[in-house]
Design a protein around this ligand. Structure first.
Ligand SMILES: C[S@@+](CC[C@H](N)C(=O)[O-])C[C@H]1O[C@@H](n2cnc3c(N)ncnc32)[C@H](O)[C@@H]1O
Length: 278
């Protein structure tokens, strides 16, 4: 089975989407643009606490220390990169195709006093503007699902990593097959390029030259995410109306409950940890 593709947004179109939707994400998701990790049904963590918990899992997996460097491929507005740097002392270069995200992430780094070791730039993961063997580690935190060619991006990440370098990725997976209608709604709403299955991921990463250390299925821990956002939309509808107007608010209110149901019934989530051989 190959990755499903139904719409084909280019990296520039994905960048324009995040430029436009920056205020939407800032209002409803905060400064993490990824799912939350809840430990179980009794876990009463907020959306932000659960999102930071997933970042902390990745921080543990890349296991960096002061003076080491990581490239954050698809960095959003930078909260995961800044959190990693504050916890480990490592330096981070974050790349994104959205100019608005670069500006927001740079401001967040200034507010956190980490501009000496965390910086952000606009770049396309399909052609990373860095020399071979530049970084000690890399992560692609819920970003590969937007990109035109996952295999190519994995090879690019392998290229810029030093031998022995750690690589962690997270991705939304297609846990149960989507109907054409659901796929069109999901891909169109989030500018997705393709979804993989968890079963296929290790072979993809291995084909790029990595040795896979761990594949962790955390699907069950992430399922509350879109419901949280759907609920937040009800609470913050006046803010969203002020930002985008009545028509877009009406569309969002119609679509979000459907997206939450699609996540619950069809989507999974993988954390994969690998290494470039020495
Ligand atoms: C769902 S957001 C995740 C953001 C961030 N990793 C986080 O967890 O908060 C996806 C990110 O991937 C970036 N992205 C998508 N396609 C890209 C590409 N071709 N090159 C670089 N970044 C890309 C987007 O600009 C966005 O920042």
């Amino acid at each position: 089975m190959t990755a499903h593709e139904s719409v084909h947004p280019t990296p520039d179109e994905v960048g324009a989407y995040y430029d436009l939707m920056g205020p939407f994400y800032a209002t409803l998701w905060g400064d993490n643009i990824h799912v939350g990790y809840w430990t179980g049904p009794d876990d009463m963590s907020s959306h932000v606490e659960a999102q930071d918990r997933l970042t902390d899992l990745l921080i543990e997996k890349v296991n960096l220390t002061t003076g080491q460097t990581l490239i954050d491929v698809g960095c959003g507005v930078g909260r995961p990169a800044i959190r990693l740097s504050r916890h480990s002392g490592a330096s981070v270069v974050g790349i994104t195709v959205s100019a608005d995200q670069v500006a927001r992430a740079t401001m967040l780094a200034e507010q956190n006093g980490v501009t000496d070791r965390v910086r952000f730039e606009r770049a396309d993961a399909m052609a990373l503007p860095f020399d071979d063997e530049t970084f000690d580690a890399a992560w692609a935190f819920e970003s590969l699902l937007h990109m035109p060619d996952r295999q190519h991006v994995l090879q690019e990440i392998w290229r810029v990593l030093r031998p022995g370098g750690k690589f962690a990725l997270t991705d939304v997976t297609e846990e149960r097959p989507l109907s054409d209608e659901h796929r069109a709604l999901l891909y169109g709403s989030f500018m997705l390029r393709s979804l993989e299955t968890i079963e296929r991921y290790p072979a993809l990463v291995t084909a790029a030259g990595f040795v896979v250390d761990e594949v962790i299925d955390i699907s069950a821990h992430t399922k509350r995410t879109l419901q949280f956002v759907s609920d937040a939309l009800i609470q913050k509808r006046d803010d969203i109306r002020a930002l985008y107007g009545d028509d877009l608010l009406a569309t969002l209110e119609q679509v979000w409950p459907q997206l939450a149901a699609i996540q619950r019934d069809h989507l999974g989530y993988v954390v994969l940890v690998a290494q470039k051989p020495r």
